[in-house]
Write a protein that binds this ligand. Structure first.
Ligand SMILES: [Ca+2]
Ligand SMILES: [Ca+2]
Length: 219
């Protein structure tokens, strides 16, 4: 009897505390400008931790002949990258927003003249959306061939474990109580408001008592 009960409790805990999402990312493409790609599915943002696996599908570059302007077809150079770019796994602490992965590709490796530097990363946003991004990209050129494009595809499988205790004063969920939350509170000021997060004292409207509560929990 007690074994059945504990099995039931364990499976109930599992179904409540853990969920998995597979995000597919295709065609994060940049010609040097900051670029981002958002997942079509979301994961529970209040995970106590997130377990992840990711695998690079392709890492393609586009070269342009600087003299003629001829643009070459996309070429997958993923096989030339160091092994840490092929994939990885690990656990990060929740709740979202949290960073799953951040790579700083430099290709080719020093001492050769770099043709690509920058940041490519994957994070879970506060609403559970996955954001895959490229920032601060610098493309170089070599022997008359300029790098003009980068396209990265990867697949990530994320599992949310446990439930983080959310700070009720952290209205925008960025992990601190600050100006972002004050702005949220002020934009809901004096609005009719039932069960809305900005009504911190739960009296049905957003006003001075909520402001005072926010300020006294300021980080
Ligand atoms: Ca905040
Ligand atoms: Ca209130």
């Amino acid at each position: 009897m007690s074994m059945i009960l504990s099995t039931l409790i364990a499976s109930a805990a599992l179904s409540q505390g853990s969920d998995s999402v597979q995000w597919f990312f295709f065609d994060l493409q940049t010609n040097g400008e900051p670029s981002e790609f958002f997942s079509s599915s979301t994961i529970r943002p209040n995970g106590e931790s997130y377990q992840y696996f990711w695998n690079l599908l392709s890492f393609e570059v586009q070269l342009t002949n600087e003299e003629t302007g001829f643009v070459f077809p996309w070429e997958d150079i993923s096989a030339d990258l160091p092994p840490e770019y092929f994939g990885g796994d690990g656990t990060v602490a929740g709740p979202a927003n949290c960073t799953i992965l951040e790579l700083n590709p430099t290709y080719p490796e020093p001492p050769e003249e770099p043709e690509i530097t920058g940041t490519v990363g994957l994070e879970i946003l506060t609403d559970g959306t996955g954001r895959f991004y490229a920032e601060d990209m610098v493309f170089g050129s070599y022997l008359g061939y300029a790098l003009t494009g980068l396209r990265v595809s990867l697949v990530a499988d994320i599992t949310a474990n446990g439930e983080a205790e959310l700070n009720p004063y952290d209205l925008n969920g960025d992990g601190v109580v600050g100006f972002g939350d004050l702005t949220r509170l002020l934009s809901a000021w004096d609005q009719p408001c039932t069960n809305c997060p900005e009504d911190l004292d739960g009296n049905g409207s957003v006003g001075f008592t909520d402001l005072t509560a926010l300020l006294s929990n300021w980080d």
